[in-house]
Design a protein around this ligand. Sequence first.
Ligand code: CP
Length: 329
Amino acid sequence: MGPLDPSDDSGLFRRKDLLGLRFLAASEITHILDVAEQFRGLNLRSIKKVPTLRGKSVVHLFLEPSTRTRTSFDIAAKRMSADTFSISGGASSATKGETLMDTARNLAAMHPDIIVIRHSRAGGAAAVAKALPDTSIINAGDGACEHPTQGLLDLLTIRRALGGFRGRVVTIIGDITHSRVARSNIHGLVKVGAIVRVCGPPTLIPAGIEELGVQVHHTLQTAMHGADVLMALRIQKERIPRGGHFFPTTREYSRLYGINRDKLRRWGNKDVVVMHPGPINRGIELEPEVADGEWSVILNQVENGVAVRMACLYLALGGERAAAQEGRG
Ligand code: CP
């Protein structure tokens, strides 16, 4: 009995909103991954469209730039036959000073079933979810707080590469302080039993992060030792306050924390996999020989993003409950 089987009424994700992996139980996370795994198969067929969300409408409200997240949410919704509407920051009335809450309330007045929100303010999506009891909200990135669907697609990629999580070592390298991707991965990976290390200069690792259950390293060699996964992060220049200096120079940062073939051969596990959420700053956190090399699962992450977002839209819209009711009827 699979997660999309109508006779399976054990749906473990019964929430209106997906706001962060810190709110989910391990069982909810693995359930979303199981559902995504089934949608992965659909994405490999020649005809990729199913009627699952016919009659539903999904608004993508992206008030920060995006390539991967926005496109994959749009593809995910369209492959399930939902009607989709996209609003970007530069083309919205946010440029005239409208607040996120006013924008969301006005969109909700048009009765979409779900609004996917990316915004620079931590807690922005959660505030909207609280104010709109009849509209599902999916957080597509809120400031430096969380990016839950990125965390989920990363977990799916790791599970597919390694076969599971328990006892596996995942090292997240770079700008941990300003990274919502790091936070969602930490919450998700710790819950499913992985050993999580973070590595970077002390200026880019927030004080007290050990309380989230991670080990802190400041040297790449020790952080890479025995790691099954290396997840490189981009320096989040857009979140660093003007005049803020977190490392001496980009060249120095790359020398200490950038991953190249030589470091992988000297310090890496034989079967280590390299991940990056994108966009990559080639030559800074990853050399092209690594980003495009045999270690890289970066495009697998992107591929899995569509399936994960299909699963999240389907579950948030109660597709599982509806399928179970139809199965009983
Ligand atoms: N990983 C990620 O969030 O990429 P985009 O900013 O292109 O959506």
